[in-house]
Design a protein around this ligand. Structure first.
Ligand code: PLP
Length: 488
């Protein structure tokens, strides 16, 4: 008889029932050939005594394995490993003792090296990040209260089930009126499609609208994650220069005169990564060109809420009566990145098409979170939070730019951004930026080494230094590390 007490180790601390542990162990030994087909198992009483469990536990395990086809019960003879399983050559017992998961797949994965760009993560270490909100200011109390209330209220059942793929109706309604009030987009709930953040919106739209070879125009530079999506879709991505007024729209026209353009990706409010605002004149021209040449304007308004000079310029979508602009936004910057609620604003026929596309990978969004945010919008909590955050970030921008100037002097050059949460900073050519970033990291200050923004450039001198998430003390601490390492 096999040493069942050793082969079937049971751990009573685990939440896995003992019968399941027995069944799993037996499956493993059958798979690995320790127990070959037609092996007779001890009777349930004997097995129970060997394993120190109740007989019913063994019977439950045997019944389950019989139902799954691993074992067969032969009347008046006993329980056997099923004769219909293929024979497996046994491995040495020492090998069988390994219970950890494999570190590598046993099959190949088609590699796409262009996708393998590291993601930026929020860190608990001091950092001048890519331009992230201060999570300490996030209105989590109101959000948590709303979330809990929704679950307690008793009408949660319809929210906890399968729901509308396009988004929670109350959220779409509240968002439409918020977008009308805050940025002049005359949307109705039928123009809103919810997603789990902007990047998902960009992905779904690209999958829906792009065919391999389609020309997609982006700024030089642009948002790498969007570039990856366009490349993944097989688009023919072409770069347009960006100057002091944003995307050079004349260059877009020049390309349109040569060949069909399917989509232009823009971050007009604060161009990513350089933070430049697209001038009013170029906005109008871009809309005219979109109508004339029939291309989609994909407007990624990732940080609309934070603008410090005059009133924010209204989005392109607010002036688009022809249905050429698809507007993407999210609450990941205005509340916090962990709360994955974003949206697309577009004509209803595109909302419907997005819904069909989304269903393939994600049946619906986070309905309860959408409802909780909708209630915050209805109660004015989001608006109040943004007003406060905007004031704080404005002061932080001023302080940060002043510090950059006074602490780092001629080692850096930058334009004070009109809005957003980061400063596009150029380091002196004599400074090796990736090396500086690595040395600062060793001293406890993280910032992007610039390669994220220009993965193909042989040398990089620019990076984004985020100020919004840092208090004055933290900024000063970080700046001091930079100053020391640069050697000023
Ligand atoms: C330009 C731009 N678009 C979109 C996003 C992604 O936002 P989300 O977290 O909503 O997917 C970011 C994130 O930093 C961004 O910088």
């Amino acid at each position: 008889m096999l040493p069942y007490a050793t082969l079937i180790p049971l751990d009573r601390q685990l939440s896995t029932p003992l019968s399941t542990q027995i069944a799993n162990a037996l499956i493993r030994h059958i798979r690995q050939g320790v127990m070959s087909t037609n092996t007779k198992l001890p009777g349930s009483r004997v097995m129970a005594a060997l394993l120190g469990v109740h007989r019913k536990t063994v019977l439950t395990a045997f019944d389950e394995l019989t139902a799954q086809g691993w074992l067969m019960q032969v009347p008046a003879k006993g329980t056997f490993v099923s004769s219909r399983l293929p024979d497996v050559v046994p491995s040495p017992l020492t090998e069988l003792a390994a219970t950890s998961m494999a570190q590598q797949t046993g099959f190949t994965i088609n590699k796409k090296p262009f996708l393998e760009i590291p993601v930026l993560k929020t860190s608990t270490i001091l950092s001048f990040d890519d331009g992230l909100p201060d999570l300490r200011l996030a209105p989590v109390e109101q959000l948590g209260r709303n979330y809990r209330n929704i679950l307690n209220r008793g009408f949660q059942q319809h929210l906890m089930g399968y729901a509308d793929t396009n988004g929670t109706p109350f959220f779409r309604q509240q968002l439409a009126s918020y977008l009308r009030d805050s940025r002049g987009i005359p949307a109705t709930p039928d123009h809103i499609f919810t997603t789990r953040g902007s990047i998902m919106a960009i992905y779904l739209l690209s999958k829906l609208l792009l065919e391999p070879g389609d020309v997609v125009l982006v700024g030089d530079l642009s948002y790498q994650s969007a570039n990856l999506v366009f490349d993944e879709c097989g688009a023919n991505r072409m770069c347009i220069p960006v100057d002091g007024q944003g995307l050079v729209v004349d260059a877009i026209e020049a390309i349109c005169q040569q060949q069909p353009v399917r989509l232009v990706y823009v971050t007009p409010h604060h161009h990513y990564p350089t933070t430049i605002t697209l001038s009013a004149e170029r906005r109008i021209r871009l809309l005219q060109l979109a109508e004339q040449y029939g291309f989609v304007v994909l407007e990624d308004d990732y940080d609309y809420d934070f603008h410090y000079v005059g009133s924010p310029i209204l989005p392109l979508a607010s002036a688009d009566a022809a249905g050429m602009v698809v507007y993407v936004g999210s609450f990941t910057k205005s509340i916090a990145p962990a709360f994955r609620v974003g949206y697309v604003v577009c004509p209803p026929n595109l909302v419907a098409a997005l819904g069909y596309r989304r269903r393939i990978i994600d049946r619906q969004g986070d309905t309860i979170l959408e409802q909780a945010i909708a209630e915050m919008l209805a109660e004015g909590d989001v608006q109040k939070h943004l007003k406060k955050a905007q004031k704080t970030y404005h002061a932080r921008r001023d302080h940060f730019c002043e510090l950059l100037k006074t602490t780092l002097g001629n080692s850096v050059a930058f334009t004070i951004p009109d809005g957003g949460m980061a400063v596009w900073t150029e380091f002196d050519k004599a400074i090796d930026l990736p090396q500086l970033a690595a040395r600062c990291r060793n001293r406890g200050l993280l910032f992007n080494n610039g390669r994220f923004y220009q993965p193909d450039a042989p040398i990089v001198h620019h990076t984004r230094l985020g100020f919004a998430s840092k208090t004055v003390d933290e900024m000063e601490q970080g700046m001091e590390i930079l100053r020391e390492i640069i050697g000023l």
